[in-house]
Design a protein around this ligand. Sequence first.
Ligand code: SF4
Ligand code: SF4
Length: 82
Amino acid sequence: MKVIQLIDTALCKGCGSCVEVCPMDILRIDTISGLAKIAFLQECQTCYQCMVVCPTDAVSVCPRRKKIPMPFNYKMEDDENG
Ligand code: SF4
Ligand code: SF4
């Protein structure tokens, strides 16, 4: 499944960058924990923007790609598995 798969709550700092950048409005800051959560997984377009902007590398989008600064400019690590 090619979608966002995980937000690691041990790494998330609740900055909200992933929530703001998601073009599909999938992510939310949990009102109790103050950390990011996946609210509407089915709508994910696997654009990787949430993973790229996260300052703590807490977001995992499948298939995993190398993290580099600019969105939409990736090197695939496992294209054949995607
Ligand atoms: S991969 Fe794109 S569409 Fe999916 S949650 Fe992240 S920013 Fe939103
Ligand atoms: S960008 Fe990263 S640290 Fe910030 S809220 Fe999202 S998952 Fe948490």
